[in-house]
Design a protein around this ligand. Structure first.
Ligand SMILES: [Zn+2]
Length: 70
């Protein structure tokens, strides 16, 4: 498991709300009932790629930086 990245908008100071566009390749276990109702019982992310991150407040994507924690 990887910890999700945190972001900061340097234009307006937003730390909490972002729009992310991501590609994900996942493996899921689809468990159907005999009535055809689906329940997803396992969800594993095999690959993940973030295409863009934009600020929800000022809609800037140029000013959003990833926060590096140590
Ligand atoms: Zn912003």
């Amino acid at each position: 498991m990887t910890t999700p990245s945190r972001y900061r908008c340097t234009a307006c100071g937003n730390l909490t709300r972002f729009d992310l566009v991501r590609f994900q390749r996942t493996r899921e276990f689809h468990h159907f009932t005999t009535g055809g109702e689906l329940k997803i019982e396992e969800h594993e992310v095999l690959e993940e790629m973030t295409e863009s991150v934009s600020c929800r407040w000022c809609e800037s994507s140029q000013d959003v930086v990833k926060i590096v924690t140590d």
